[in-house]
Design a protein around this ligand. Structure first.
Ligand SMILES: [Zn+2]
Length: 68
């Protein structure tokens, strides 16, 4: 469960990030080019009270291995 940093309300999770006008999502990676370490697709949580959004990565294990 994620809690809003601003108002302490329980956030609604698991929204996808999309670029407006296309079906593209975004990825979080470290480095550039072919050898970029892809950490994974970010998800979004939204606070139903104040509208704060929070990006997060579900697979935190991948994040550990990307920090080589
Ligand atoms: Zn909030």
């Amino acid at each position: 469960m994620r809690t809003c940093h601003r108002c302490d309300t329980e956030m609604i999770e698991d929204f996808d990030v999309k670029v407006e006008g296309g079906a593209y999502g975004i990825k979080i990676a470290k480095g550039t080019g072919v050898f970029a370490k892809r950490i994974g697709k970010p998800k979004v949580a939204v606070c139903p009270n104040c509208g704060e959004i929070s990006l997060y990565i579900e697979d935190v294990d991948k994040l550990q291995t990307a920090q080589l």
